[in-house]
Design a protein around this ligand. Sequence first.
Ligand code: GP9
Ligand code: MN
Length: 674
Amino acid sequence: MESFNSGSQRQSWMQRLLWPFAPIRLMYLAFVIIILEKLIYLQSNIHLPNIDMNDLDKVTAVGSIVLASFWVIWLPKRGRIIALIVLDLLLSFLIFADLVYFRYFQDFITIPVLMQAGQVESLGGSIRELLSANDLWLFADLLVLAVVGIVLLVLRIRRGRSHSTLTRSASTYRSGMMSSRKRLTLGFTKGAMLFVLGCVMTFGPIKYATSTWATGLFVGNWWNMSLYNVTGLLGFHGYDIYRYADDHFGNGNQLSAAQTDEIKQWFDAKQKGRAKAGDDKLFGAYKDSNVIVVQGEAFMNFVIGKSFNGQEITPNINRLMKESMYFSQYYHQTGQGRTSDADIGSNASLHPLPTGSVFTRYADHQYDTLPNILSKQGYDSYVFHAYEPSFWNRSVMYQNMGYKKFFSKNDFTIDEPLGWSLGDKSFFRQSIEKMSTLQQPFYSFMITLSSHHPYTLPPEVQELDMGDLSGTTFGDYIQALHYVDAALGEMESELKEKGLWDKTILVFYGDHDNSLKDKAPMEEFLGKSLSDLDMEQLMNQVPMLIHLPDGAHAGTYDIPAGQLDMTPSLLHLLGVNASPYYLMGNDMFNQKEKKLVVLRTGAFSDGDIFYIPSADGVFEHGTAYDLKTRQTTDIERARAGFEEAQKRLNISDELITGDLIREFHNEQAQASTK
Ligand code: GP9
Ligand code: MN
């Protein structure tokens, strides 16, 4: 006869063998596999270049599912089942919501999106078109579970309570064999092991990616889709929560009263000095004109007016300059946020951040933007850019900036595929077509794309003979700018055709440099050797042209200026008092204002000197140049400018990260109701 003891030993041996097959564990395994399949389904609906799901991505995905669910192990048996079903429901809904949102915005839902009323609603009527019958698969398992659940419930009610009493007594007997303390410790250990496994599977591949091909991913984090490509969907949402919390509640954002006062004082002085009606003839001379601003991708200033091998690079701009105001010392003030930095600098007159992009990090903060200010003057504002609406978080940010509509790639017919997207010629033609039906006055902001790195346009589009520079990235860059210049020429004709030309202030400027820091091709192109100061200026200067409706005030203006100055200067021409707004830039038409242009690196110029900071940020380690002699000069001449430049950059950062414009406007509103 078998002893009680040997029977129980065999039972525990059997139990160990069958451990993975216990219904609850199988259920957990099924949960992980099902969610993984749903994530794979989402990925199969994402058609973006270079964004895929390889085996390593699947490891990350499983890891993140485990991290989202390991804690269910700590619940009592019935609780575990319920928790897994609820988690399945929540995650399925998240995947479904992201999928629908992606089909429209080519982006995923983030915390700022949820905080920003209107973004999700703007899907509005199109939501039905964004659904696919196949999406039902995302909920198929839950449907089956619901049916099984109902059947079990009915059976249970029919059988009465006798069976359940029996089951309970058996399970009570089994569990009685292990002390409750031991059970608790074992449960905790299993959960902790799962947590560790989840961490290794999630963060291992992410660490590998960020230390090999995706370095800097979490520094610039310019595009949610690039983050997703490495972290997977659940990892992306985890990071999004962390990013939001850190940016909004992290320690770095607490300002002392003294700091806030310093900012207020700086603006008080700035606002007092703003030009007003009656100050000069230009103030309000173009009141109620339409405004069209074209931001040219990587369009640098050194090509303006230049020829190579006897060919004019920018014949249309050169011609347009004869009836435009041309600012020859205009600097881009961008940082890591590239195109988006030029955009916020120009349209909100604030310095971009030292890391990342305002567009992705603080899309829910308040800014005094050109569209917002002009809306109070009866303008409607529109933004045109034929690329994915989610890139640089634009669809979220543009709503916040006060645009009535963002015409993205989805609104253009790709009838001239070129580079990243639509060729600028067609982009301009279709944009002007749309503009011609708008109510006037309007503000239209257009962002070109054809001259984006790596600049290789198809041979039939390349018109110049670049000689030795042919086939080099630099040569391709010049070809691309020549194409954009031709597109601008065509746009001018289209504006004239639509009767908009003489009712519109047309602005053209470049967003940033071309990232080609090699001096040799630049020297060959310009036919002269270049000093450090030459290079620093060349790499930071972009063209700035303002064509007034009547073509008046044409000429070259050599005041030091930059992208932050665009909004205050346009307000001057339109006769809008800029003093209620928090704009950091100078008004290029305000003769009384002392001009200082500050770059994101801390470099600056006041027109007399140019200061280049050293990498360690120590003032004395930097270099000051005299702009007349173009030689180095006594560093002390730059001290006051250096301090002011640092102050401006700090004030701008604090204003943005602390959402201070909202706070200041609220205070003003309260004070005026008292
Ligand atoms: C694309 C454009 C890219 O939308 O913003 O330009 P980049 O930011 O890479 O200069
Ligand atoms: Mn750009």
